[in-house]
Design a protein around this ligand. Structure first.
Ligand code: E4P
Length: 224
């Protein structure tokens, strides 16, 4: 499972990239708004930092297919042809996904709350589909179960569309989907930092150092 950062804060992205094995970055208009900066300035800074081979997902704003195509063309013009364009899974969105797929522009079907939306996005040629795990949970359903159902639909129909599960609020949701073998998860920096926020881990590391110091008086191998 690929692991992406769901954020546009460059300092947070740099920190998470430095520490963890990360495959790319996803953004949405709300995430970009939080930066308070010009969207393409922020996105170009992210692209420059992560490199052209990492996945970068950027969302359109238009709600009609013709406008979505214009948004998509501007996104790939500014950020590179490999940039993946997020398109909301509404009827005009499916129309745009079909057209972009024919042009060879990769898309992510986003704003997914139901398996039917994901199925239609896959049929329309989307490379990825982004179900919103935590938002589905908050509606009284089971976001992880919806995601697994979508994966089964893709597998049972021989569809190549990958999952890009999104909207996580805890590490367990991410782990369950890694166990299921989905394609990608995009996760906010604070949830990624929670992956190993277990005091037992740090207590074990501290104990090893203390034991070593009783033998050598030093706390690293390099100091010996
Ligand atoms: C992904 O496509 C979504 O834009 C995003 O992950 C939603 O996350 P949120 O529910 O935490 O806002």
């Amino acid at each position: 499972m690929k692991l992406l950062i769901d954020d546009a804060n460059i300092a947070a992205i740099r920190r998470i990239y430095d520490l963890y094995p990360i495959d790319g970055v996803t953004t949405n208009p709300s995430i970009l708004a939080k930066t308070g900066k010009q969207p393409f300035d922020v996105l170009k800074e992210i692209r420059d930092f992560i490199g052209k081979d990492a996945d970068l997902h950027v969302q359109v704003l238009a709600t009609d297919a013709a406008g979505m195509l214009k948004d998509a063309e501007r996104i790939v013009k500014e950020l590179g042809e490999d940039t993946i364009v997020k398109i909301p899974c509404i009827p005009e969105g499916f129309k745009a996904m079909k057209a972009l797929s024919q042009k060879g522009i990769r898309t992510t079907g986003t704003a997914i709350y139901t398996p039917m939306q994901a199925y239609l996005a896959g049929k329309a040629g989307a490379s990825f589909t982004a179900p919103y795990i935590n938002r589905i949970d908050n509606m009284g359903y089971d976001g992880v179960a919806v995601c697994k159902e979508i994966q089964d639909i893709f597998d049972n129909n021989g569809m190549e569309t990958q999952m890009l599960a999104a909207s996580f609020k805890n590490s367990q949701q991410v782990l369950e989907l890694a166990e299921y073998g989905i394609g990608c998860a995009t996760v906010s920096p604070d949830v990624i930092e929670s992956f190993v926020a277990n005091p037992a881990i740090y207590a074990a590391v501290d104990a090893f150092i203390k034991d070593f110091e009783t033998l050598t008086g030093k706390s690293t191998m390099a100091e010996l």
